[in-house]
Ligand binder design. Sequence first.
Ligand SMILES: [Mn+2]
Length: 393
Amino acid sequence: MQFVHLSDTHLGYMQYGLEDREQDFYEAFNEIIDRILSEHIRIVIHSGDFFHTPRPPIRALKIAQDGLLRLHERGVHVIIVPGGHDTLRRRGLPPLSLYERFGIKVLSRSNFYTKIGNLCIIGLQHYPKIYWSNPELRKYLDKYSSFVENNDCAKRILVMHQGLYPYMKYGYELTIDQLPKNFDYYALGHLHKRIKVSYGRGILAYSGSTEIVEMSEIEEYKKNGKGFYIVDFSGDVPDVQNVNLSCIRPQYEIEWESVKLEDLLLAIKDILEKETFAKKPILHIRVYNRLIDRLTIEKMFGTRFKNNFLKIRIVTSLEEKSVSETLILDRERLDLENILLNRFKNNELVSFINVILSSLKENDVKSAINISKKVFDEGSWKRWIDAFKEVET
Ligand SMILES: [Mn+2]
């Protein structure tokens, strides 16, 4: 028996405000649907971030509808867990609910499994990183672990949209060893790179995003490609094959260290001479530790190479080379966390403060109030009184 595992399709994402980029994500999705049908796969599992936002553009809804309908008409089972991007913070229907009439199964905490013969597919929607996410997730995972033992599940798949340590270094919700070990395939989403490791009775895999969502994915894409997995369950251990998409728009990153424009021009010509492209690439020029007139250079190069590149972007970093943007962000976040931790010496309380701060930063007062209510209702605050007392004295 075979199934497809895909994830992070991010339909509706208009990268750099470009319509062509929005189109790229649709093309990747359509290529996947074509491949699923030509390979005669009967089961498709999507592990979240189907749409880029909880309110996708109509075009994204239409592309999704057309693709899912094609699968439905050929009798393909489609099982999806909502990711962070597809989940509304406030009450309301998630866009995926539009397609349940095509037999799309959206798994959630209250509706956590589906059985196809004696194949059990269990999944839960994305849990954001908040201080109770780890204990709650583990509670659900325990429940699922005993469920598959007690319900005639010869083969078992667990579908999740979460960050796992060690594949995610900061901001993960679970560590890998906290997952139950009695599943045959762990279909994960959230991380955009492809990861495949042995775990439990079988394989744990992130199938990655289906297009390049962030600059940090460029290098990994060159190595591993982008696409989905075809998993074969006929042997004892699942066999996981990469399927690479052919429509991915190439992206390049040049580090411009010298001050001379000619050096930059040479580097650009080098890319253009070495390769031929089905789609015009995007070029990121990274400048370190130097203030330049970004817009003027972007415009100048954009005009000069408009037949060669879809977009040329200048990315300035005022940091030393080799320190990536994400590292800087993590460092800032960690600094705040450290300051709070030094003061309060209580992980739970610090995590609570962090959630409140980030909700308020996004103007999401309602979430901040809900979380505070939860803390009061469950009495967690009682455990924090000592932390405050110690600071006062
Ligand atoms: Mn994603």
